[in-house]
Structure formats: C-alpha cells, structure tokens
Write a protein that binds this ligand. Structure first.
Ligand SMILES: NC(=O)c1ccc[n+]([C@@H]2O[C@H](COP(=O)([O-])OP(=O)(O)OC[C@H]3O[C@@H](n4cnc5c(N)ncnc54)[C@H](OP(=O)(O)O)[C@@H]3O)[C@@H](O)[C@H]2O)c1
Length: 326
C-alpha cells in the first residue's frame, strides 16, 4: 500500500502565472534509499527559488510533478531534531566543498523538496538543531541565511569595522545579510524601494538606509546584491576601489549592462556566490546561538495554505521569511 502525504508541488511550470502551476495536495510518501534519512518536517521556509521553479527557470516541465522547497527543520527517524542542508552534492567532486561539485543540485531540483509532511535526504545533509532555535527559525537558515553568511564571511572580504551595502532590504537573503553583518561588527547600509521596509531594516540592525539607487554618503567595502538587473550598476558604483560586489541572485531580472570601465578602473571585484557548504551551515547555526540573532519571519502559514504563502512571496510585500508549518 502507498501512503500519501500532504505536499505543495509544481504540477507544471508557467513563466507568466507561477501560482497556477502550484498544487497543494497528496503525493506518495517517499522511501529513503540506502544512506538517506527520513525527516518528519515541522517547518519549511519559502525562497525565491521556489518561484523560479514554478516559472520554469529552476525546474523544467519534464521534471514535474516536483515537491517544492529547499529549507526545512524537523525530526529524523531516531527522534533527533534536525536542520536540513539543501545542497545535494559530493564535497570530493568540488575540491572539498559540495557547492563546487559540478553535479550538485538543491532540494526540489532533482529530488523532491521540503514542502511536505515527510522528506528524504542524504544522511550527511542533516545537522543537529540546537534547542535555542525554534523549528520555524531553523527552517529559515539553509538557503537565504546560509547564502548571506557565505556572501559576507567567505566572499566579501570584509572585516569588522568595514562598511557593507545590502540591496533590496526586504528579501530573505537581504534581511539575513543585514542582521548577520550587524552582529559581525560591520557598518551596515541598506537600500529598499519601500519606506516601510527601510524603517524595518533600521530596526533589524542597519545603521543607515537609502532609497533604491540613491547616492550614498561614501563608498563601501562590499555590496551584497541579490536583486540583480535593477541594482548591479548601483552596486558597482557604490564599491570603493578594490571593493567587492557579491552577487547571488537576480530577482529583478538576470541580464544587466556593465560599464566595463567602472570595473577595471576602480578594480572592483564582481563575485558570484551560491548557497554554502555543510561546514558553513554549522558555522551559521553556531553564530545564531552565540549572538542571539534570529531570522526575521514575516509570516507563518500551515502547509495546507501554501498557496497564500506563495502569493505573498510573488507580490514581494513581505519583510523577511515566509514560513510553512506542518
Ligand atoms: N545563488 C544562491 O545560492 C541563492 C540563494 C538564495 C537566493 N538566491 C536568489 O537571490 C534572490 C533573492 O532571493 P530571496 O529569497 O531573498 O528573494 P525575496 O525574498 O523574494 O527578495 C525579494 C527582494 O528583492 C528586492 N527586489 C525585487 N525586485 C526588485 C527591483 N525591481 N528593484 C529593486 N529591488 C527589487 C525587493 O527588495 P525591496 O522591496 O526591499 O526593494 C524584495 O524584498 C533571488 O533571485 C534568488 O533566486 C540565490
């Protein structure tokens, strides 16, 4: 007999109307292959990646139906509370870092994701959830927060006392970057198109906030940019000579014009960054426990109301993470 579980999944893809490609309903309970673990999901969080999947950018029509979701915290079959690392890859194939494995994937790309009552993942992808973090908080970490952690601490080259600019303050990656940068002793500047979000960014830890594209009072040591097309030029103009612009996404569009002289005359480094490895996720968890910093959670919906959660993410009105609880 095949047991069924509740899940939110891409039944198809639709570039223009991503919500129409989402179904919330029953899927077969997954079976764990050798070396994999079964997790009873307690909370999962949405990322823009889930919208890219429904739009057919992070997922092809042939791969549907696919359970969506990269982030989760739950309980494994032995009763341990766990955080799920979303990068499925072989560290040996990536020079010691699974994010550089050319064949790596994220949960919900090749293997069913986390928006379900039950999830199977390679056992190495489970990390202990500390008791200091709730399931909802822990479920925010594996994508947006891990990406911000790696951008800041492995890629940006910043040190305590440096100034960092975070573009698009309201996003999952951006809110994480603001909170983490502040906790790490950086001076934090943030931009947002919305006045309300600029105020919220100040409460979160930004020292100063600006309208998107505004002239800044000075140059910054590094820029954390997950917005893409709409902000890249501003990011490069905002970096000091020899500073770094770290890119992880393209919410506003993926093709941008580059004024080359702005890069070579000022010797700005433009770097890509994706997710983080298991060791970095462990470091992030420890940083949260040590500092008391916690993810900004915009709202929590039951899994059965995943459609409302997706609608919120698509219209971009949230500040921080949108969470599903099971
Ligand atoms: N490479 C990786 O490993 C990785 C990991 C995580 C995320 N990402 C990517 O990073 C991006 C952000 O992800 P997320 O989950 O943080 O997304 P999100 O929560 O949906 O972030 C949306 C934010 O982007 C800003 N934004 C959107 N359109 C904009 C525009 N036209 N002009 C200026 N700002 C705009 C908005 O900021 P304001 O409203 O405040 O202006 C909004 O709050 C996505 O493209 C995602 O795919 C990549």
């Amino acid at each position: 007999m095949v047991w069924r579980m509740l899940a939110a999944y891409a039944a198809r893809v639709d570039a223009d109307d991503p919500l129409s490609a989402l179904e919330v309903g029953e899927r077969p309970d997954p079976a764990a292959p050798d070396g994999w673990a079964t997790v009873s999901v307690r909370a999962a969080s949405l990322n823009h990646h889930d919208i890219w999947a429904l739009r057919g950018v992070a997922l092809s029509a042939e791969q549907t139906p696919m359970v969506l979701g990269g982030d989760a915290a739950g309980v494994d079959e032995d009763g341990n509370e766990v955080v799920v690392h979303s990068v499925i890859g072989d560290p040996d194939a990536g020079g010691g870092d699974e994010t550089y494995d050319p064949r790596r994937s994220l949960l919900s790309e090749k293997y069913d994701g986390t928006f379900a009552e039950t999830l199977v993942v390679p056992r190495r992808n489970l990390l202990p959830k500390p008791k200091e973090l709730s399931f909802e908080e822990a479920a925010c970490l594996p994508t947006a927060w891990l990406t911000a952690y790696k951008m800041l601490f492995s890629r940006s080259g910043t040190r305590p006392g440096d100034t960092v600019l975070v573009q698009g303050a309201g996003g999952g990656v951006a809110t994480a970057a603001i909170a983490l940068a502040r906790a790490a002793g950086l001076r934090v500047w943030a931009t947002s198109r919305s006045e309300d979000k600029r105020k919220a960014a100040l409460e979160l830890g930004a020292h100063e906030v600006f309208e998107a594209g505004a002239r800044l009072p000075g140059k910054v040591d590094a820029v954390i940019d997950s917005v893409g097309e709409a902000t890249l030029d501003h990011s490069i103009r905002s970096a000091r000579p020899g500073g770094r612009v770290v890119l992880c996404g393209a919410t506003s569009g993926g093709t941008a014009e580059l004024v080359l002289a702005r890069v070579y005359f000022t010797q700005v480094d433009v770097l890509g960054s994706t997710m983080g490895n298991r060791r970095e996720l462990q470091g992030l968890i420890e940083l949260l426990v040590a500092t008391g910093v916690r993810p900004a959670i915009d709202s929590t919906f039951p899994l059965s109301s995943a459609r409302d959660a997706f609608a919120k993410m698509i219209d971009g009105s949230m500040f921080g993470k949108v969470v599903l609880s099971t």
